[in-house]
Ligand binder design. Structure first.
Ligand SMILES: [Zn+2]
Length: 451
């Protein structure tokens, strides 16, 4: 027995040696996949209002996998704010503040806490560490999501003040809409203080651009690109000869920011997914989700050639409660909006009248068999056009959504979880359920910044 026990111990030693040798051979490969080196660059892409239903819609309309489907590390994010009344459903301001600062706050707050005190943002910290910074969006650049990274304000609607604050932050790249908040009233803007912030920006060393052609040619370490007076066009309405896409702006922003040897922070927002979802305009939502996905591809292609860039894709909240299948039907029919040429809100609704609506529906929506119920719905919406300019757009969009079995439970936001995907250093830390404030903490961790 003694001999046999000794032999067992001997075998065990051999076995352990083999196991440890095998582990030594395998471990370096495992460690290489989870680098401890901090991220030099972070590209954060936010699909405003983009929930899981929106991604499924995009995939169906595309007819194949999205770039967003290709991430290995996926998680879910809760989005509720710290608001005394709206406890479970955030707006874009409180959500962007949570992501930018790690602090939950009340709806409408732009990177201030519940006591209206400014809280430092990831963009500000990145600047302190010498990194270049950029904000790219399809909304006005002064709108809630981009504003929360480079401004502090108790009220998201104070966009004239926010424009001044954002310029004073000296963000290297600012691309989006919202020229009206940079120009005085006599130049067609909304500013009541008479200031021309575009001229002031030039004095600060910014290059100012306003067309797609300008964007292609521009270089320099400070660029202000304001491509429209208010929001940029919905993707379904965009004139690709004149107005840059979100992907094109993202590509140029990366090109400009990556010249900084200390690295960069870039936030890219697909801002109008939310707007089209408020209006239940399913075709317009689908096109904006796909345009956002193209921007994700640009960021991912950049990161895949290197090991130092963390790409995070997420949403600030879900909008509309969009479901694939609705109205009790076990079905979804994208053919119902296949012929839609423009958005209801910005283009089609303006053309609709009680006299021409059948022709407009045939030409712009591809529907020439409106039912009696649908016609009654439209005609009653036209009657309230004076008091509710969105009535016709919403009624028309709901007719199409119903035909497509695209379900909508709300005209506002929902408290549903939203997706998060990540690639690059520390990406595996995003593969679980997170709170929106965790996204901020993980960006600090990935950069190696102390809070
Ligand atoms: Zn919204």
């Amino acid at each position: 027995m003694r001999f046999s026990a000794k032999r067992s111990v001997g075998l065990l030693v051999i076995l352990l040696t083999v196991v440890s040798l095998t582990l030594t051979a395998v471990l370096p490969a495992v460690q290489a996949a989870t680098p401890s080196a901090p991220a030099k660059n972070v590209i954060l892409l936010i699909g405003d209002g983009m929930g899981y239903g929106h991604m499924t819609l995009g995939r169906i309309v595309k007819g194949g996998a999205l770039t967003m489907d290709s991430f290995t590390y996926n998680g879910t994010v809760s989005t509720y704010p710290n608001d005394p009344v709206e406890k479970w459903v955030t707006d874009s301001a409180a959500a962007a503040t949570a992501i930018a600062t790690g602090v939950k706050t009340y709806n409408a707050a732009i990177s201030v806490d519940v006591n209206k005190q400014p809280v430092k943002t990831i963009l500000e910290t990145a600047q302190e560490k010498g990194k270049a910074t950029g904000l790219v969006t399809t909304t006005r650049i002064t709108h809630a999501t981009p504003a929360a990274f480079a401004a502090h304000n108790a009220d998201r609607d104070a966009e004239n003040e926010i424009a001044v604050d954002m310029l004073n932050h000296k963000v290297n790249v600012l691309f989006g809409g919202g020229k009206r908040h940079f120009l005085p009233k006599d130049l067609g803007g909304k500013r009541e203080d008479g200031k021309n912030l575009i001229e002031e920006a030039k004095k600060m060393g910014y290059k100012f651009i306003e067309t797609k052609e300008d964007l292609q040619k521009v270089s320099g370490d400070k660029v202000l690109g304001l491509f429209k007076s208010s929001h940029l066009s919905y993707e379904i309405d965009r004139d690709p000869a004149k107005e840059p896409s979100l992907a094109e702006m993202t590509k140029k922003a990366i090109e400009l920011l990556s010249k900084d040897k200390d690295g960069f922070f870039l936030m890219v927002e697909g801002g109008r997914i939310d707007h089209a979802s408020h209006g239940h305009d399913t075709a317009t939502v689908a096109k904006d989700v796909l345009a956002f996905d193209e921007a994700v591809k640009v960021a991912l292609d950049y990161a895949k050639n290197r090991k130092d860039t963390l790409v995070i894709v997420t949403a600030d909240h879900e909008t509309g409660g969009l479901s694939i299948g609705g109205y009790g039907e076990y079905n979804f029919n994208p053919a119902a909006f296949k012929g839609q040429k423009n958005s209801f809100e910005d283009v089609i609704a303006a053309k609709l009248t009680a006299d021409n609506y059948k022709d407009i529906f045939a030409e712009y929506v591809g529907i020439n068999d409106l039912t009696l119920d649908e016609r009654i719905t439209l005609l009653s919406a036209f009657k309230v056009k004076e008091t509710n300019p969105y009535a016709a757009a919403n009624a028309a969009a709901d007719i199409v959504s119903r035909r497509a079995y695209a379900g909508w439970t709300s005209g506002g936001h929902t408290g549903n979880d939203v997706p998060v995907m990540a690639y690059g250093p520390y990406a595996e830390e995003f593969a679980k359920h997170l709170d929106n404030t965790d996204l901020n903490k993980l960006m600090y961790k990935a950069y190696g910044f102390q809070k």
